[in-house]
Design a protein around this ligand. Structure first.
Ligand SMILES: *Cc1c(COP(=O)(O)O)cnc(C)c1O
Length: 366
């Protein structure tokens, strides 16, 4: 049994994947069908994802990280090429670049939005820049227009929309803004398949490349030939069946997360910097992340009270793999201050009150 989150005294979980009888039935159907992978559920999930992001195609893959890796590989970015990435992000944004043999170039972020700073992107462009991997961090749409004007037209804009399925920039779906968009279906994201990801894509030749690269390098047309060896990054029908069911519930899943976010906003507005999207945008609420002084003390105090809070994400230049890239003071500030609060559809008003009261007490104490 899971620990009750309904009572005042139980542990309040950081995340709780919103899966139930519909997902269970979908998995049972696949088990009975005899097609556990490369069957019809993969295609159905891909069509649904493309529709949700407003792209002609989507390719389901093993994880958000696999999606990023394949987006870079399909762009034929490799040795000698530079890819600009934010210094404050989940590490796989940059790892995907390194795994492809190219060089990630870190740039600073905006201290309030925590998204990449377009003027820092502008300053980082060189003759070797092939792409920017732009993150809608925690589901907050980044300023796409500012980013577009920061780079020459031949630099590819790839979205790390791992946490932004359902978010909208000026009415347009995140994951459908760049040449490719990378989604994740990890249990802490809005839509989950346990593990999983997808690349949304406009250009049919790029989509063919992603499909080839997720399946050993085998060309779907030829069936036998491999020009460039690749790996197995496929997503199974079992997982895609969960994904299809989750996608059908996307509006409901988003609404529930928005409910919790708005409830936190009401209670915390006077206490901390609360997260928001730009005017005209819709936040996807992958995570609810505030900024506080003495974050580590606050985090420890919340955890001691059974509230599963977490840091926001990573400052890459503080990891051994990405040191010596320069100074990123805003990424440092985000890393030191960001605090993710519990966010999932089972949270009750009583629990939200409890989190808000605990945070209020800790913030006023310091
Ligand atoms: C979750 C996440 C990833 C990685 O996705 P996985 O499915 O866990 O591999 C990458 N980038 C961002 C911004 C994420 O939030």
């Amino acid at each position: 049994m899971v620990q009750g989150t309904e009572t005042g005294a139980g542990v309040i979980r950081l995340a709780w994947p919103d899966v139930g009888p519909a997902e269970l039935a979908a998995v049972a159907d696949v088990l009975e069908s005899g097609f556990l992978t490369m069957g019809p559920k993969v295609e159905e999930f891909e069509r649904g994802l493309a529709a949700a992001c407003g792209t002609p195609d989507a390719v389901a893959v093993a994880s958000g990280t696999a999606a990023l890796h394949l987006a870079v590989l399909a762009s034929e970015i490799g040795e000698g090429d530079e890819v600009i990435v934010p210094a404050y992000t989940f590490p796989s944004t940059a790892n995907a670049v390194v795994l492809s043999g190219a060089t990630p170039v870190l740039v600073d972020v905006d201290p309030v939005t925590m998204n990449v700073d377009p003027s820092a992107v502008y300053d980082a462009v060189t003759e070797r820049t092939r792409a920017v991997i732009a993150v809608h961090l925690f589901g907050r749409p980044l300023d796409w227009e500012a980013l577009q004007s920061a780079v020459p037209p031949d630099v590819a804009l790839i979205e790390d929309a791992a946490g932004a399925l359902g978010a909208r920039w000026r009415g347009m779906p995140c994951g459908g803004l760049g040449v490719m968009g990378c989604l994740s279906f990890h249990p802490r994201k809005v839509v989950t398949t346990g593990e999983g990801g997808a690349v949304t894509v406009f250009d049919p030749s790029l989509s063919a490349a992603v499909r080839r690269l997720r399946h050993h390098g085998i060309d779907a047309g030829s069936g036998v030939d491999i020009v460039r060896p690749s790996t197995n990054y496929r997503l199974s029908d079992l997982q895609c069946a969960i994904g299809v069911t989750q996608l059908a519930r996307l509006d409901e899943l988003l609404r529930e997360r928005r409910r919790v976010a708005e409830a936190y906003n009401e209670r915390l507005a006077e206490i901390v910097t609360t997260p928001a999207a730009d005017d005209g945008d819709e936040h996807g609420w992958q995570a609810y992340v505030v900024q506080v002084e003495r974050r580590d003390d606050v985090l420890a105090a919340l955890r001691a009270q059974g509230i599963e809070a977490q840091i926001g994400t990573y400052a890459l230049h503080r990891l051994s793999a990405y040191r010596e890239q320069g100074r990123f003071p805003c990424a440092d500030a985000c890393f030191e201050r960001a605090l993710a609060l519990p966010l999932h559809s089972r949270l009750t008003d009583v629990e939200i009150d409890r989190v808000a009261a605990a945070l209020d007490k800790e913030v006023s104490r310091h």
